[in-house]
Design a protein around this ligand. Structure first.
Ligand code: PAF
Length: 284
């Protein structure tokens, strides 16, 4: 596995792979890697792509300085994991390498899908993500790019960004990976102690309860919120949305929808989501 730090080396590697007829499988990350990231790298391998992993804690997507400072960073295990999962190369650029002139004058902003949920709770977050993802895509050039469904709103935004700007990437969304107890894997889970972890299980329990019998959108919202609250999660939102537009579904809606959840446990903001089949509440 190759380990590089500069944009120049990475651009040259991606160009060389493309010119030899290979497809790069780009896996953008912020490090603190877990099996969820492993599943993205393995999926790239399964797709026949050459996995290039980027590890960059992008300051521009943190609207809270203490959140940025607390973000877990540990390069040695990340590199070892990348190698074990089948990465061909890992790029670990410095902040100066990525954003040489600060404050940065250029911001990429995607409207619509970013406005609610994480966008409302974390002002500037999605502009920071859209700006860095556009830069990563521009450096790498056309490739397949792998993102987890855990960050469902981010995935919807990246698809829109890629389509609107014809960035030439094939965006591949990969299912959430969960621990045996149901907790969705997240780099932030290490910030929870045993009690916090127990509380955080309210997310997966809420999603299970939402799907155990057919329910209307209103019922799902109420059931999930009650489950989160009774677990001790400080709920930020619990909403049932159209999986593409991320608009909340109407009370009459019937069909597949996505439940989006966020809340704070021990000062750590956590998110989760899952598919749910909604029955219409008409005539109730
Ligand atoms: O999902 C993440 O880890 C980050 O938001 C991403 C896509 C790597 C951009 O910094």
């Amino acid at each position: 596995m190759i380990h590089i730090n500069t944009i120049e080396e990475w651009r040259a590697l991606a160009a060389q792979l493309r010119s030899s007829g290979q497809t790069v499988g780009l896996v953008p990350t912020m490090g603190a890697l877990h099996e969820g990231h492993g599943s993205l790298i393995r999926r790239a391998v399964d797709d026949g792509a050459v996995p290039i992993v980027t590890i960059f804690v992008n300051p521009r997507q943190f609207n809270d300085a203490s959140d940025l400072a607390a973000y877990p960073r540990d390069e040695a295990p990340d590199l070892a994991n990348c190698e074990a999962w089948g990465a061909a190369a890992v790029v670990t650029p410095s902040v100066h390498e990525m954003w040489p002139t600060t404050p940065t004058a250029t911001t990429v902003s995607v409207t619509g899908v970013t406005e609610r949920f994480e966008g409302a709770g974390r002002p500037g977050h999605f502009d920071g993500v859209a700006s860095v993802v556009t830069k990563l895509f521009a450096i790498n050039g056309p490739a397949r790019a792998y993102f987890g469904e855990k960050d469902f709103q981010q995935l919807a935004m990246v698809r829109r960004l890629n389509d609107d700007l014809s960035l030439g990437m094939t965006i591949v969304g990969c299912p959430i990976v969960r621990d045996e107890d149901g907790l969705a894997l997240s780099s932030r889970n290490v910030l929870l102690d045993a009690e916090g972890r127990h509380v955080a299980l309210g997310f997966s329990r809420g999603l299970r309860e939402a799907t155990e019998q057919p329910r209307s959108a209103g019922d799902v919202r109420a059931v999930v919120r009650a489950s989160l609250e009774s677990s001790g999660i400080d709920v930020a939102y619990a909403e049932v949305v159209d999986p593409l537009s991320l608009e909340p579904v109407t009370p009459e809606y019937a069909g597949t929808a996505r439940v989006l959840l966020a809340g704070v446990v021990q000062g750590v903001r956590l998110i989760d989501n899952g598919d749910v089949t909604i029955v219409s509440s008409e005539g109730e």
